[in-house]
Design a protein around this ligand. Structure first.
Ligand SMILES: NC(=O)c1ccc[n+]([C@@H]2O[C@H](COP(=O)([O-])OP(=O)(O)OC[C@H]3O[C@@H](n4cnc5c(N)ncnc54)[C@H](OP(=O)(O)O)[C@@H]3O)[C@@H](O)[C@H]2O)c1
Length: 229
């Protein structure tokens, strides 16, 4: 049994990660924001019994993230920084909602690092610590296309942050990877997405289960295939 921290677990991929991990007997700490739907997450955590716990924070709020971290006194083995948003409607290079995209950068690029920094003491105590940043193939600098520039830029920034954190934590033997979950039928991915959330999460967990320090600084999809940065 390992201790997993899933940040952003009220819906979609984070909720399904929590559900599958609780069912397989892991210790799961799952976070949601104040006011978010609680019932589905409670149901997903139920099989974990006393090994399941909820934390409340918005990843844009450093003091809230740090306060939540003080509630976790035991080691953490895996952090999945999953919380993310798609951002405002106007986010192209020709017409941008700048305050909206600034907020998106805060959530998607800085939020995962805020969570990783706050929980680093617990990760350092973990048996086989691993950090997974939920990115997107849309963050790849190699990918063409211009739609949703704000989202792309936020995930490209997150990828750079993942690389730097990977390099900084390599001497401590803690792998850090950026993960693309596939195009998944969630509120964000929409009904036309190609993957069900169960299939995506099944793949993500297989990849994370196999991560070692040799994998640090990789940009992987849910099947374990490398993506061009
Ligand atoms: N679905 C896809 O096709 C796809 C593809 C590539 C990458 N991704 C990435 O995968 C991750 C999960 O996506 P999803 O499809 O499951 O999206 P989703 O269904 O929209 O769920 C997003 C989750 O993130 C949480 N969240 C958003 N902003 C937050 C914040 N500031 N603080 C804390 N929690 C916050 C949401 O909480 P609330 O309920 O409180 O809003 C929700 O739990 C995201 O990082 C996304 O960018 C998804």
């Amino acid at each position: 049994m390992s201790h997993w921290l899933i940040a952003g677990a009220s819906r979609g991929i984070g909720l399904e990660l929590t559900r599958q991990l609780a069912l397989r007997g892991e210790q799961v700490t799952a976070s949601l924001r104040a006011g978010s739907r609680l019932e589905a997450l409670e149901a997903a955590l139920a099989p974990a019994g006393s090994r399941g716990r909820l934390l409340e924070f918005d990843t844009r709020d450093e003091s809230a993230v740090r306060a939540a971290a003080t509630q976790v006194t035991e080691p953490v083995d895996v952090l999945v920084a999953n919380a993310g948003a798609y951002g405002p409607q106007r986010q192209s290079s020709l017409d941008m909602d700048f305050p909206g995209v600034l907020d998106l950068l805060d959530t998607n690029a800085l939020g995962p690092l805020r969570v990783a920094q706050a929980f680093l003491p617990q990760l350092r105590q973990g048996q086989k610590p691993r950090i997974v940043f939920m990115s997107s193939v849309l963050g790849s600098m190699a990918l063409e296309g211009t739609f949703n520039l704000g989202y792309r830029a936020s995930k490209a920034a997150l990828n750079k942050i993942a690389q730097c954190l990977a390099d900084d934590l390599k001497p401590e033997g803690i792998p850090v990877v950026a993960m693309h979950p596939g195009w998944v039928r969630t509120d964000m991915g929409g009904p036309n997405a190609t993957l069900g959330v169960e299939e995506s999460v099944d793949g993500i967990l297989r990849v994370i289960d196999g991560l070692t320090v040799a994998d640090t600084r990789r940009y992987l999809d849910y099947r374990g295939q490398d993506i061009d940065w």
